[in-house]
Design a protein around this ligand. Structure first.
Ligand code: ADP
Ligand code: MG
Length: 629
C-alpha cells in the first residue's frame, strides 16, 4: 500500500519533445487514478516515469513518502500491466504467473501459494496448465494481471490494458479490474484514451492534453464543473454543444444571446448572473456557451429549431436540430422516445441549471467553480494584503519561495477552491470572508463568499453537512503550500517550488569612466559612468532584469548581441532546469561566483533544454549592490 506524490514533474525527451509539463498531483493510498486524454498527451510517459522505466527530467516523485527519482524500477515495488500482454508462449499459465517470483529465487511452495491465490481472485484456476495460445484475449489479459498480482506490489500501473479486447469483453473486464482493485486494496494508476472507461473506473480522473494536466478530480466533478473547454468536450457522450454567444444584462439578470440571434437567448440562473456581474467580465465580447445534450428538451416554447435527424436508441433518443445562426447541429438527448420527425419545426428549451460559459481565447470556464480563485493582493515585506481588511502573515519559508517580482506590485493570489479549509492548522493562514450564496453539486456545495474591499468572490467547496450561514462573517483557511502569487493577466507564477536569491560577493574598482564589478570567483562586469564607489560589495542579480539573449535554432542572437555589445555586459550561464508558466519562464542556472543556483525569469519562449549554455546581458538595473563593512 502506498500513496504517490508527483511534484512538478517534467519530461523532455532527447530532441526536445516536451511530453509532460508540471505534473503536480497527489494520488492517495488505495485510490484508483485514471490518466485519460488523446493519443500523445503524455499518459504513458507519466506512467513510465512512475514505473522507473523513463527518467524524470525535473521534479520529484515520491512513493509512500520516499523520494524515488533515482531508485531503480525493480526496487520501486510496483507492477506494470501493458496493452500487449507479452506472455511467454512456451510457458503454461502457471509458469507465466510464477516467473517473476522464480527469477527472484522464491521457494517453490511460496510461488505455488501466491499463483493459486491470484488465479482464484481472477477466476482462472482451471486454466493453469494451458499455454497462452490456448486462451482467449480476455483470459490472456487475466494472466497478465495475475503476473502482476503475484508480486504483491504497492502500486499497480496499467497502460491501456483493455485496448486489444473487443467491445463486449472490454466492458466486462472493466468491471473485473474495478473489483480487483477493491479486493487488493492497493493504489491503481490506470491509463486509457477512452473517456467512458475513465468515467466508470476512477476515483480520481486526471485529464491530460498536450503534456499538460487539464483537470484532476472525481468523475462527477469533472462532469459538473469542467475547468475548461477541453475537459468539457472530452468527457460526455454525445459531446457538449458549444455555441458562440454575447452577454446581455437587464437589471440583475444576465442572458446569453446565442450565435448573434436576439431571440435565441438563455437567461442564466440568479447565482450565475451574480457571479458574472461580480467578476466584471466584459459583456460585449464573444464567449463560448456550453450545454450538454441531456440538458436540452423539446418544448412548446423556447428557441425555434428544425429537426435534421433523429436516432432512436430504445431507451433514449438523440435529436439533431438546426437553429438560426449556428452552422452545426444542436444535439439533444432525451430519455424517452420522442415523436418528432425530420423537418419538423420544434422549440428547444435549454435548462439554465447546467450551462457553461468559456472564454474564447483562454478556453477557461468563467462560471461555476473556477479552477483557481484569483484574488487581487499585494505582497509587501512579510505580508500579503487582500482587500481592506485581510492581512496574511507569511513565514520565512514562504517568503523564500517568492521571486523578487512578487513584491510591492498589484498581484493575484491564486488558490484552488478544493484546497480551502475550515480549521486552523500550523500550515494554513486565515482569511475572513462573508458567504453570499451557495450552489449545490453532487459531492458538495459550492460557496461564493465576498472579501471586504475586493470584487471577485472567493469560491470554495463545503461538505453537504456543513452549515454555511449566509451574509455572516466566517473564517476560512488557506494552506500556504497551495497559495500561488500570480500575474494579473497571464498565468505567470511569482511563487515557485525553489527560488534562489542570486547573491554573490563582488569587488568594485574604477578607472577613468569605467567601473569594473569583479564577481568573486567569477566574471567581470564593466559599466560606464556607474555611480558606485570602490570597495567590497554584496552583489544581487535581480531575477527578472537580466536579459537572456538567444535565438532558438542557431543561437545567432547571442553572437550578434555579443558583436554589438560593449565588453563586460555579459555573464556566462549554464542552465540545469526551467519551469515554464505560459508567457514567463523561470530558469535555474549556474553562474560562476554564485554559491547556489541562480533563478532568472524570462518572458521569452525559451527552453534551456534546447540550449543549456548561453549568456545573459546584465543591464544596470539588474544590479543591487550593498557595501560590505
Ligand atoms: P500517450 O501515452 O498519451 O499516447 P506518450 O506518453 O506515449 O503519450 O507520448 C507523449 C509524447 O512524447 C508524444 O508526442 C510522443 O511522440 C513523445 N514520445 C514518447 N516516447 C518518446 C521517446 N522515447 N522519444 C521521444 N519522444 C517520445
Ligand atoms: Mg500511451
Amino acid at each position: 500500500m502506498a500513496g504517490l506524490k508527483l511534484k512538478h514533474i517534467y519530461k523532455v525527451y532527447q530532441g526536445g519533445v516536451r511530453a509532460v509539463n508540471d505534473f503536480d498531483l497527489e494520488f492517495k493510498d488505495k485510490s484508483f487514478v485514471v490518466l485519460v486524454g488523446p493519443s500523445g498527451c503524455g499518459k504513458s510517459t507519466t506512467l513510465r516515469m512512475i514505473a522507473g522505466l523513463e527518467s524524470i527530467t525535473s521534479g520529484q516523485l515520491y512513493i509512500d513518502n520516499v523520494l524515488v527519482n533515482d531508485v531503480e524500477s525493480k526496487n520501486r515495488d510496483i507492477a506494470m500491466v501493458f496493452q500487449s500482454y507479452a506472455l511467454y508462449p512456451h510457458m503454461s499459465v502457471y509458469q507465466n504467473m510464477g516467473f517473476s517470483l522464480k527469477i527472484q529465487h522464491e521457494k517453490s511452495d511460496v510461488i505455488k501459494e501466491k499463483v493459486l491465490k491470484a488465479a482464484e481472485i481472477l477466476e482462472i484456476s482451471d486454466l493453469l496448465d494451458r499455454k497462452p495460445k490456448e486462451l482467449s484475449g480476455g483470459q490472456r489479459q487475466r494472466v497478465a494481471l495475475g503476473r502482476a498480482i503475484v508480486r504483491e506490489p504497492n502500486v499497480f500501473l496499467l497502460d491501456e490494458p483493455l485496448s486489444n479486447l473487443d467491445a463486449k469483453l472490454r466492458v466486462q473486464m472493466r468491471t473485473e479490474i474495478t473489483k480487483l482493485h477493491d479486493k487488493l486494496q492497493t493504489t491503481f494508476v490506470y491509463v486509457t484514451h477512452d473517456q467512458t472507461e475513465a468515467m466508470t473506473m476512477g476515483d480520481m480522473i486526471v485529464v491530460m492534453n498536450k503534456g499538460f494536466i487539464q483537470q484532476a478530480d472525481a468523475p462527477v466533478t469533472l462532469f459538473e464543473d469542467p475547468a475548461n473547454l477541453f475537459v468539457a468536450t472530452f468527457l460526455g457522450s454525445p459531446q457538449m454543444n458549444i455555441l458562440e454567444c454575447q452577454l446581455v444584462q437587464e437589471k440583475n439578470k444576465i442572458g446569453a444571446v446565442l450565435c448573434g440571434v436576439k431571440d435565441n437567448i438563455v437567461w442564466f440562473k440568479d447565482e450565475t448572473a451574480k457571479q458574472i456581474i461580480n467578476s466584471k467580465i466584459a459583456l460585449d465580447k464573444t464567449y463560448l456557451f456550453g450545454v450538454r445534450p441531456d440538458h436540452i428538451s423539446l418544448d412548446e416554447k423556447g428557441i425555434k429549431a428544425t429537426v435534421e435527424a433523429v436516432e432512436q436508441l430504445g431507451d433514449e433518443t438523440i435529436t439533431y436540430v438546426k437553429i438560426e445562426g449556428f452552422p452545426k447541429n444542436v444535439v439533444i438527448k432525451t430519455p424517452l422516445m420522442n415523436k418528432v420527425k425530420v423537418k419538423d419545426e420544434v422549440f428547444i428549451n435549454i435548462s439554465n441549471e447546467r450551462v457553461y460559459l468559456f472564454d474564447k481565447e483562454s478556453e477557461h470556464s468563467l462560471i461555476g467553480m473556477p479552477s483557481y480563485n484569483k484574488i487581487p493582493c499585494m505582497v509587501s515585506g512579510k505580508q500579503i494584503k487582500v482587500g481592506s481588511k485581510n492581512v496574511i502573515d507569511l513565514d520565512d519559508e514562504y517568503i523564500s519561495h517568492l521571486l523578487n517580482s512578487a513584491f510591492d506590485v498589484d498581484r493575484m493570489l491564486a488558490i484552488k477552491p478544493e484546497y480551502i479549509e475550515f480549521e486552523k492548522t500550523e500550515a494554513n493562514v486565515e482569511l475572513k470572508v462573508k458567504p453570499v450564496f451557495t450552489d449545490e453539486r453532487t459531492n458538495y456545495n459550492i460557496v461564493y463568499a465576498s472579501i471586504e474591499g475586493v470584487d471577485p468572490y472567493l469560491v470554495f467547496r463545503a461538505a453537504k453537512d456543513r452549515d454555511i450561514a449566509l451574509n455572516k462573517e466566517m473564517s476560512v483557511y488557506l494552506p500556504l503550500d497551495h497559495i500561488l502569487i500570480n500575474d494579473e493577466n497571464d498565468d505567470s507564477h511569482y511563487s515557485r517550488e525553489v527560488v534562489y536569491p542570486n547573491v554573490a560577493e563582488a569587488h568594485v574598482s574604477k578607472k577613468d569612466k569605467l567601473t569594473t564589478i569583479a564577481i568573486k570567483g567569477g566574471e567581470k562586469l564593466v559599466y560606464e559612468n556607474l555611480d558606485v564607489e570602490e570597495g567590497d560589495y554584496q552583489f544581487v542579480l535581480k531575477q527578472d532584469k537580466a536579459e537572456v539573449i538567444f535565438n532558438r535554432k542557431t543561437a545567432k542572437g547571442i553572437e550578434d548581441a555579443l558583436k554589438h555589445a560593449k565588453k563586460g555586459e555579459f555573464l556566462s550561464v549554464s542552465c540545469y532546469d526551467e519551469e515554464p508558466q505560459h508567457k514567463m519562464n523561470t530558469i535555474f542556472a549556474k553562474i560562476k561566483g554564485f554559491d547556489e543556483y541562480v533563478t532568472l525569469t524570462t518572458k521569452n519562449n525559451f527552453s534551456v533544454y534546447k540550449m543549456p549554455k548561453f549568456k545573459i546581458k546584465v543591464p544596470v538595473d539588474a544590479l543591487e549592490l550593498t557595501k560590505i563593512g
